[in-house]
Design a protein around this ligand. Structure first.
Ligand SMILES: [Zn+2]
Length: 308
């Protein structure tokens, strides 16, 4: 069944228009064309190469939508009202794996870490079809028994009937419970159904200047790897909530849909979790002339402090 995610529709339209433009241009550039000549054979349609790690964003969206539908209908999904009540739990007791001491290349890091990187999905009613669609955010596994981390704001979606998760190796399961959360630091620790997951270890090796990598799903571009450094730590007063939060600013790219994704150091340890972006415009009143995007992450200590 075809899904109708509006951004995807827009993308395929602009691609179709671009291709149509190319065709028109090449036809117009053939002077003295012989009308009786045999038509040239059409070019074969493009085929995917199925390269290592290659994904189809459309297929993954469909798989998520279908699984969400199945989990809702079968009653396996946990009601959102229950998950929201559990957001008041302030600590949990879970086992964590030890951080590694070996440096990894970017290619090794993706191979080792990807299964532990999660899509956390909320559900929203489509305006173009009668189905639920999955809104994509990110997260990562904390241990093999189903504990995982994401942002509080990823979980706190009262309009969604439930939450689901998909691992980097394709398992789609319900979010079973919230184990602990803190709205002030914007951290939530969840438990997924089942066991045998690939955990990513928390790591405190995170000095300013060290290289970091992010594996996340900006705007449904699933499992996008980006690379940068830790550019600064900044204390930000929380005006409405009170208190002051420490943010880790990094130069690795991410965007909407990346919230909750792991920020990994060169040893594959999670030193932070993607949280928000702040755009710097030369003309901020008109939102024109974008100069920089500050990318803010939560240091992994805010996850660790929820674990007894
Ligand atoms: Zn739809």
């Amino acid at each position: 069944m075809l899904s109708c995610h509006p951004p995807e529709c827009a993308k395929s339209w602009s691609l179709a228009l671009a291709v149509a433009g190319l065709l028109t241009a090449s036809v117009a550039r053939l002077p003295g064309e012989d009308k009786n000549a045999a038509k040239p054979a059409p070019a074969p349609p493009a085929q995917p190469l199925s390269l290592p790690g290659e994904v189809s964003d459309e297929q993954l969206e469909d798989q998520l939508d279908n699984a969400a539908d199945r989990l809702l209908k079968s009653g396996q999904a946990v009601k959102m009202s229950e998950l929201l009540r559990q957001l008041y739990r302030r600590s949990c007791s879970i086992a964590l794996p030890k951080a590694s001491t070996n440096k990894l290349s970017a290619a090794e890091l993706v191979t080792r870490s990807r299964a532990g990187v999660l899509v956390i999905g909320d559900l929203y009613k489509c305006k173009k079809c009668p189905r639920w669609h999955v809104g994509v955010s990110s997260g990562f596994m904390l241990n093999d028994a189903g504990a995982c981390a994401t942002c509080y704001h990823v979980v706190n979606v009262s309009e969604s009937p439930t939450l689901i998760a998909m691992t980097g190796d394709g398992r789609i399961v319900p979010v079973r419970e919230v184990l602990a959360a803190n709205p002030h630091t914007d951290v939530a620790i969840l438990r997924l159904d089942g066991a045998g997951y690939t955990p990513l270890p928390l790591d405190a090796e995170a000095a300013i200047g060290l290289p970091v990598r992010v594996l996340s799903h900006p705007d449904d571009h699933f499992f996008t790897l980006s690379e940068g450094i830790i550019s600064r730590y900044v204390s930000i007063p929380l005006q409405k909530k009170g208190g002051t939060v420490t943010m880790m600013a990094i130069t690795a790219d991410f965007g909407a849909g990346s919230s909750g994704a792991p920020v990994l150091n060169e040893r594959g340890g999670v030193v932070g979790m993607v949280n928000n972006t702040q755009s710097l415009y030369y003309d901020p009143k008109r939102g024109k002339d974008l100069q920089m995007v500050f990318k803010h992450c939560l240091p992994s200590q805010y996850i660790r402090e929820l674990i007894r």
